[in-house]
Design a protein. Sequence first.
Length: 299
Amino acid sequence: MSYAAWIAVDWGNSNLRLWAMGPDGPIAERKAPQGTLALPGPEAYEPALLALAGDLIAPDRKTMVLICGAVGALGGWVEAPYRQLPCVPLGAGEFTSPEVKDPRLDLRILPGLNQARPPAILRGEETQAAGFLVSEPDFDGILCLPGTHTKWMHISAGEVVSFLSFMTGELFRFLADASVLRFTTARAGFDEAAFLDAVSDAISRPERMASGLFPLRAEAVLAGLDPVVARSRLMGLLLGAELAAARMQWLGRDVVVIGGAEMAAAYATALEAQGVAVRRFDGDKAALMGLIEAHRLMA
């Protein structure tokens, strides 16, 4: 196997993804469920990175490892600064380097973005936005980036103007995997009709979203509710409440959903049911394109 010229890393709350880069593009791609929420502290990050990428790093020289995502947040590997909105997604040559034990590593963590009103921060999505803008530099509209903490990002004139954050992904994971609903909710599967009915209910009456959760448990006990239907309704209730709160972001706007297959499909399906002409863009592709752009800006 060839050694990487440099390594691009998207290190979020849930997963660690990396690409070993050669002269003409990626020569290897790897992923592990070693996101920041799975690691106990800063001392765990270097071993996690080396376990996934150690054999890609040349033994006789330093290799740049360019990282975006929650790894640079408070409670991550090392806290990287934030850049104030409005601004372009990526600044030229801006990064923070944590201390490492392995002399082969030249680590560079990209900064996140923040806004004062309403108070909001993000990390990783700025790199995905930059990657999307490489392919569509004149875009003016909304980027919806589903994830553990979903972002709705307003882009205009090549800048991030503002954004909203929702903890919908984290709430869904907690309710489905750790709450009383775990006993009656499937781990996988999707019923589109049940999902869209719940989305519609939550959008029309978002103040009643919380009261719609426990009936998923009660109906399973009393009437044998299908666990896949329960999972789909849970997702729909949470996502519908988010769409109700984010209505001014997507109503009448050009909307692109950037993310992985399952979550991006759920958001796109819910928005299309509201009459929005949604476009989709692969989240991993956007992250890699953004990291390549960041690497170019450092040259």
